[in-house]
Design a protein around this ligand. Sequence first.
Ligand SMILES: Nc1ncnc2c1ncn2[C@@H]1O[C@H](COP(=O)(O)OP(=O)(O)OP(=O)(O)O)[C@@H](O)[C@H]1O
Ligand SMILES: [Mg+2]
Length: 255
Amino acid sequence: MQKKLLELDHLYKIYGKGENQTHALNDLTCSVLEEEFLGIMGSSGSGKTTLLNCVATMMKPTRGKVLLSGKELSKQKGRELARYRGDRIGYLFQTFELLDNMTGRENILLPASIHGVKEDLTKEVDRLAEYLEIGEVLDKFPEQMSGGQKQRIAAARALILHPDIVLADEPTGALDSKNAKQLMEKLKQLNEEQGTTIMMVTHDANAASYCSRILFIQDGGILNELRKNGEDRQEFYKRILSMQSQLLGGSANVF
Ligand SMILES: Nc1ncnc2c1ncn2[C@@H]1O[C@H](COP(=O)(O)OP(=O)(O)OP(=O)(O)O)[C@@H](O)[C@H]1O
Ligand SMILES: [Mg+2]
């Protein structure tokens, strides 16, 4: 049996105070196995980004624990926490978040310079660039790149320090279908060939069909789960669509 890489144990996140409280995570418990490609789906406001941010230690859950390889994140401090943020997780956002005044290569190397990595990563950048088909834009600035190229530069940045887990928040949300497909195929390949664990929030059933398991979130809790079993991607895609319409009483498009 595969080991648990990440465990979320009775997580609560409450924003605001008094009458303005929002219960964004409400007793959410789940785990992510090593080498898993986990999808998170749910309607807008259901708590998906909050969940990723708690895992990324960008925010603290109000209650409950997040454990990575059995170690509780909130107990980590100083160097250990910096190391977790630096090279155990990689984060891929919907809107790329590249720095405009840096080239593709410099953007990719940003996590290494932030975290004081001294090793020469030139070869690693070239390897990732070949893999993600961004060699030709490495020395260009973001404004000279297409949306798909920007997102693949951002993917290389998320991967440069070989994280154990990549957290992706709607990585295809700002891409057209061709670029979305290319990104998803690369992520899938990375998951299968290099064993990188991926936790990806998406509204898109097509993107979700690349996952091996999908959790459906509602009101900050887990409502349901789908697992891919021997079927091809097209079949899984149909099951995802049908689950979406089932959960939302036929209004799949609000996902
Ligand atoms: N900083 C904040 N302060 C107060 N409420 C917040 C804050 N961030 C999120 N919320 C609320 O918490 C709930 C969950 O938000 P979250 O961003 O996690 O949803 P989401 O599932 O990622 O939605 P979307 O699909 O639109 O990105 C929402 O009701 C939202 O309004
Ligand atoms: Mg969100």
